[in-house]
Design a protein around this ligand. Sequence first.
Ligand SMILES: [Zn+2]
Ligand SMILES: [Zn+2]
Length: 270
Amino acid sequence: MAERPFWRQLAAQFPHALFSVFYPEDCRICSSPLVRFSRVPVCPGCLASPRPLDDAESRCSRCGLPFENPAPLHGAHLCGLCRRAATEFDWGRGWGAYEGPLRQLIHLLKYDGMRPLAAPLAARLAEILTEAGPVDLLVPVPLDRGRQRRRGFNQSELLARELSRITALPWDGGLLRRERATETQTGLTYQQRRLNVRGAFRVRRPERVLGKRIALVDDVITTGATAGACSLVLRRAGATRVVVVALARARRRGVEPKPEPLRREAACGV
Ligand SMILES: [Zn+2]
Ligand SMILES: [Zn+2]
């Protein structure tokens, strides 16, 4: 086979050389040396290592909340919130549990700005989207403007865009707006999270939502409070069905979230 001209070899290597300037040549997860330059500083083994939640695991059949054992599902395969019809979205899944290498990959995307990770991670979202039923439109969960400016991107938007490339479904990153900054949800209880996100979202173009089956795209579902607040405004704007697909779902270890005592309408920001 004829050798490629020198200039083409140089051109092919340029992006790799560029990345090697910015990225150390060790895998950011297992620290083993990377033998090939890659757009992501993670070895193929670590990239492939996260495992999806097994169907045999104990999880709520509606919102996908995984438990360490089946006892909280009371044989109905529904968590306490879904049994009380207090979950705002129709169906939700995290591809895997929010732990181990999947958690590390999400952190590399989200906090270290490793945007090329969005493509391989979105391939996992495509797997669970096939179980979600018919979907017309992908909508990323928005960040507030201040946080998006500081971070430089919205990881859910990157995921929705890549998911759209894989599935050929349209996506709209400007449809939902986070109207106000909310405190970080880390460390808050379910009820605190629901109060924190109450009225935080608004649908900007309700005509695009009317009659649509929407898949909300997020990186992590922790308690479902944020996805629930988004679902409420989308449904109020006329969405016929809202499902939530996320890379990871935080595992619930025994304490079940309790439903808000306030009326559901009061939680809606539109
Ligand atoms: Zn590795
Ligand atoms: Zn549930």
